[in-house]
Design a protein around this ligand. Structure first.
Ligand code: KIV
Ligand code: ZN
Length: 503
């Protein structure tokens, strides 16, 4: 079968289904901030919320409807007049509103949850869609638990709601039960039986199959995928937006369809969501996990340095990740050590490099990861020249002006300075600049926990611009300000060495 439409509509439900995951709830301001980012990302539809659920939910939908102009804004409603009216009202300011109404269709949901007959549900669905259509220019209908619904009945309901005005028919695998071939078979039949509708899919990840099911459905003719950033959502989550989008992009030749998503904004969008919710994806999460482009094994590191395509099927830049991070650990080889040292502005002879690599491995046996500070301290001849942190102290609280005093050693001299700032970290970085007599531009500051618990080790990566040199520094400590200062000084040292070499 060939499908004339090569575009798959990306319907983002991070702010609705995604928000239903424990710990991910967002207030209207936070939702608006993410909606702006989703608009920049290039999704086609933003499902902003479930207005009947609370006043804040209705406000979030209203604010997003009032501001987002280039992307369709959807609001969810049960197939009940009151829900639909409230959703329609919240969408009033939207340039391109989508009223999304749903009703369960599986026997178990009708009998045990809704306690209505199949005939009653059919009437409720048709009437709900007709009402929704009178309130919004576009209506989507979801047959909740569609994948466990008898096909003949599902078709009857979907045909009825399509006639009543629903352009998009969504068939969720609500409980994440389907296997890809089963889900694809259902979608293929719907595409054949209701050719004028857009068949949409919405998969949950209870068996880890949400992306696989969505891809299978696209292969069968579905032209809308509902998904969330970082795959957040009820229970095990939804189809991950970044995974489905990159699967379609990387395997474009085979799958033959595309999306309008600006993939270079995937990692920043993931980080923005995590910053808002405080929930970060697991390290090995495809595309946006912190290890998605990190190579530790020496053989892999060697291959990557020779040609990134040996172990990477997409470039980190294509998803907005700065650069491939070679984690220095006990598996690292000479090539990775050399690369990181080069980034720090240090060039060694082959013999020196061999020696340092052996010492990196020895150190990694004891402390797992080797950061810039550790690496540089293995190079005795650089030790006295690079700027190092001697001590620091900060004063902060909810009713004091954040102040920091920092003592650093650079070029054999100790210097101390104090500064105030917007917070203790800002004050500490300003004091460091003052102590060194420099004025740098901080381009990027990133932190993540590399162990768990309240005393987790914070790993900090900073990117700075000093004159024309852009450099990166990395450090870790149980104290995140100390890690930040060490990473900052490491980046400054790298920039100074690069300036010296360029002179
Ligand atoms: O999982 C589901 O069935 C849903 C619908 C409301 C679309 O989230
Ligand atoms: Zn869902």
């Amino acid at each position: 079968m060939t499908f004339p439409n090569p575009f798959v509509t990306i319907f983002d439900t991070t702010l609705r289904d995604g928000e239903q995951s424990p710990g991910c709830s967002m207030n209207p301001g936070e939702k608006l901030r993410l909606a702006r980012q989703l608009e920049r990302l290039g999704v086609d539809v933003i499902e902003a919320g479930f207005p009947i659920a609370s006043v804040a939910e209705a406000q979030a939908v209203e604010r997003i409807s009032g501001e987002i102009r280039t992307v369709r804004v959807a609001a969810l409603a049960r197939c009940k007049p009151k829900d639909i009216e409230v959703a329609g009202k919240a969408l009033r300011g939207a340039a391109r509103p989508v009223l999304h109404t749903f009703l369960a269709t599986s026997a178990i949901h009708l009998r045990d949850k809704l306690k209505i007959t199949a005939a009653e549900a059919l009437v409720q669905a048709r009437e709900g869609v007709a009402l929704a259509r009178s309130l919004a220019s576009e209506v989507e209908f979801s047959a909740e638990d569609a994948s466990r619904t008898d096909y003949t009945y599902l078709l009857e309901v979907l045909r009825a709601v399509h006639e009543a005005g629903a352009r998009v028919l969504n068939v969720p695998d609500t409980v994440g039960y389907s296997l890809p071939h089963e889900y694809a078979e259902m979608v293929a039949k719907l595409v054949r039986d209701i050719p004028t509708a857009v068949i949409s899919v919405h998969c949950h990840n209870d068996l880890g199959l949400a992306v696989a099911n969505s891809l299978a459905a696209i292969g069968a003719g579905a032209r809308q995928v509902e998904c969330t950033i970082n795959g957040i959502g009820e229970r095990a989550g939804n189809t991950s937006l970044e995974e489905i989008v990159m699967a379609l992009k990387v395997r474009r030749e085979t799958l033959g369809v595309e999306t309008r998503v600006k993939t270079e904004l995937l990692a920043p969008t993931s980080a923005e969501l995590s910053t808002v919710t405080g929930v970060w994806p697991q390290p090995n999460k495809a595309i946006v996990g912190r290890n998605a482009f990190a190579h530790e094994a020496g053989i892999h590191q060697h291959g990557i340095l020779a040609n990134p395509l040996t172990y990477e099927i997409m470039t980190p830049a294509s998803v907005g990740v700065g650069e491939t991070l070679l984690v220095l650990g006990k598996h690292s080889g000479r090539h990775a050590v050399e690369k990181r040292l080069r980034g720090l502005g240090v060039t060694l002879t082959v013999a020196q490099l061999e020696d340092v690599t052996t010492r990196v491995k020895e150190l990694a046996d004891r402390k797992k990861f080797v950061y810039d500070d550790d690496l540089l301290s293995l190079l005795d001849h650089h030790a006295e020249r690079r700027p190092t942190l001697i001590r620091y102290q900060t004063l902060s609280g909810n009713d004091v002006i954040p102040t920091a005093t920092v003592e650093v050693e650079a070029h054999g001299q100790r210097r101390t300075a104090s500064a105030v700032g917007n917070g203790p970290l800002d004050a500490a970085l300003k004091a460091t600049d003052a102590a060194l007599g420099l004025s740098l531009e901080l381009l990027d500051w990133h932190t993540r926990a590399v162990s768990s618990g309240k005393d987790a080790l914070a790993e900090v990566t900073v990117r700075v611009r000093h004159r024309d040199q852009e450099t990166v520094g990395q450090a870790a400590s149980t104290d995140s300000i100390e890690a930040s200062l060490k990473a900052y000084l490491s980046a400054i040292g790298a920039a100074e060495r690069a300036i010296e070499v360029a002179a």
